[in-house]
Design a protein around this ligand. Structure first.
Ligand SMILES: [Zn+2]
Length: 233
């Protein structure tokens, strides 16, 4: 099996891989991608705060309404003509008044606590909005920087890819399709020489039977790292 051509192809492809790795490990890319997540989280938080705010505001309004109702009741009681009441009536009125006053006190505390919750939610809402804005700005700044980086490397990658495409014509189809299937796995190199009696990729020692098979077929897929081992001679 003639593997010289695929090795030549692999050497050229190594340059593409290195350029791709350079782009992949770009700090700007890392930053803009992480900012994308920060912005997404902030958006999700805003939506959930929105929902919570609705509930809290509804509770607040209900409490206010209850307070006003009690206040009205109290006002009406205070207008009552005491002279028309007997002692029992006065006693009842006093008890009712006390009850309403205690209700009002209770409601007032609840309302204050609820107002506090509303304020906290609004504050967090503000902070979340700021967080979103900062993340968005950072995202676009670093994405732009990354695009500049990419545009610098892109012509070189394209040139190499064109050269690879013309090399492909001379390569055994079976070998090429095996190569391409592995290349997507992101390990490189895909074809490695036999080193002594070990895989040149992961250095795992091959058995005598495996070496025999390699000699017979020209290449052997390593059981450990899944690269193709070839005879280096
Ligand atoms: Zn291996």
């Amino acid at each position: 099996m003639d593997i010289k051509k695929i090795l030549e192809y692999q050497e050229k492809d190594r340059k593409v891989i290195n350029l791709e790795r350079e782009l992949d490990s770009s700090e700007d890319k890392k930053i803009y991608q992480s900012m994308q997540n920060v912005a997404k989280d902030a958006q999700a938080r805003s939506a959930s705060l929105d929902k919570t705010a609705e509930d809290v505001v509804r509770d607040y309004n209900n409490l206010k309404k209850a307070f006003e109702d009690n206040q009205k009741l109290l006002d009406n009681l205070e207008k009552k003509d005491l002279d028309s009441l007997d002692e029992k009536g006065i006693q009842d009125l006093k008890e009712l008044t006390n009850k309403i006053v205690s209700n009002l006190n209770y409601l007032e505390k609840k309302i204050m606590a609820q107002a506090d919750s509303v304020k906290k939610i609004l504050d967090e809402f503000d902070n979340t909005k700021k967080r979103y804005g900062v993340a968005k700005a950072k995202h676009s700044e670093h994405k732009q920087k990354f695009e500049v980086e990419k545009q610098k490397l892109e012509p070189e990658i394209q040139k190499l890819q064109a050269e690879l495409a013309s090399l492909e014509k001379g390569i055994d189809k079976e070998l090429l399709s095996r190569y391409k299937a592995k290349r997507t796995d992101k390990f490189f190199p895909i074809f490695v020489p036999l080193r002594g009696s070990s895989c040149g990729g992961c250095m795992m020692e091959l058995s005598v039977a495996q070496i025999e098979k390699l000699k017979k077929n020209g290449i052997l897929e390593c059981e450990n790292c899944r690269r193709y081992i070839y005879l280096d001679n």
